[in-house]
Design a protein around this ligand. Structure first.
Ligand SMILES: [Zn+2]
Length: 312
């Protein structure tokens, strides 16, 4: 359900866009500076008071023509679309214009849907300069995006914290981390000297000035982390199936009191996996989600379909 929130933005379809001619618009711009072009083509500056999504159809059509006349490449538009949270198809239509207007409204810009010099400048600042070409750090694969969505969702951020993150990275601030947020995070990371993986891990959270929720002792001792793991498992409705006892591999961390096995519904085991993943465990095994050994993601190891094993 979390994904659905961000994907409700319908794809901006060139078919439904008014048939403005980019060529004739662009010819109007020839030889003019962006500032001059902006002044001549922007009929009204709505000064931020315009609520998102309340542009009239004439204003939308006008903004579509204006944006198409800006001479930006499809790659640049995809980057802008990612930042403003609309479908990144590289084609400027009404949906992109409305998403731009919403983004402008939340960035104290005139919410007219037109990507003029001021909006473009702010988009560049927020998206790591990626609208200037190249796409910056926004080139995650679909599986990297979904892994980052799960990782971020497992961090226990409150909805308020997620909104703070979204405003900082320039994605739609709806309080839910989905694919568009992850791509905006990756672009922001690339612009801040961080690994552009879209995951709000400790370094990114620190730079954003946000904290993971849930009271997880991410920087605590092994025993603090293990103790939290047991409490957290019970708190979310899982049961502890093994601590130091039971039958395990000969050198298992269970025998040194560093591991716990928990079991319950698949969705809760999944949640637990990603909550533990955010705590950088020594070992973490749950085959449907993957596995971690000495802090490295190693994929599923087998034999862990019906319980989650975690060791610190
Ligand atoms: Zn185990």
């Amino acid at each position: 359900m979390q994904h659905a929130v961000e994907s409700t933005t319908a794809p901006a379809s060139s078919a439904q866009a008014p048939q403005a001619s980019p060529e004739s618009s662009r010819s109007d711009l020839r030889g003019m500076s962006f500032a001059a072009a902006s002044a001549s083509l922007a009929p009204v500056q709505l000064k931020g008071a315009q609520a998102a999504g309340t542009l009239s159809s004439a204003q939308v059509a006008s903004a579509v023509r204006y944006n198409r006349g800006r001479g930006l490449s499809a790659a640049q538009w995809r980057s802008i679309q990612k930042t403003v949270g609309s479908a990144a198809d590289g084609v400027v239509g009404p949906n992109t214009v409305r998403a731009v207007a919403r983004w402008q409204a939340s960035h104290h810009l005139g919410a007219d849907g037109m990507v003029g010099p001021q909006t473009l400048g702010k988009l560049n600042a927020g998206a790591g300069g990626s609208t200037g070409g190249g796409g910056g750090g926004a080139k995650l694969t679909a599986s990297q995006v979904s892994a980052a969505v799960r990782y971020n969702q497992g961090r226990g951020f409150s909805s308020t914290t997620v909104k703070t993150i979204q405003k900082a990275v320039g994605s739609g601030a709806d309080g839910v981390i989905g694919p568009n947020t992850v791509r905006a995070i990756a672009a922001w990371q690339a612009n801040h000297g961080l690994s552009a993986d879209g995951k709000v891990g400790p370094a990114t959270a620190g730079k954003l000035g946000v904290k993971a929720g849930g009271g997880a002792p991410v920087n605590g001792s092994r025993s603090q982390k293990l103790s939290y793991a047991k409490q957290h498992a019970v708190a979310i409705g899982l049961r502890i199936t093994s601590t130091t006892g039971g039958k395990h591999a000969p050198n298992s961390y269970h025998y040194s009191g560093r591991a716990v096995d928990v079991a319950g519904s698949a969705s809760k085991m999944r949640q637990f996996y990603w909550d533990m993943h955010a705590m950088r465990p020594t070992e973490l095994f749950y085959d449907p989600c993957g596995g971690v050994k000495h802090g490295q993601d190693i994929g599923a190891i087998g034999g862990h379909n019906d319980h989650v094993h975690v060791a610190f």
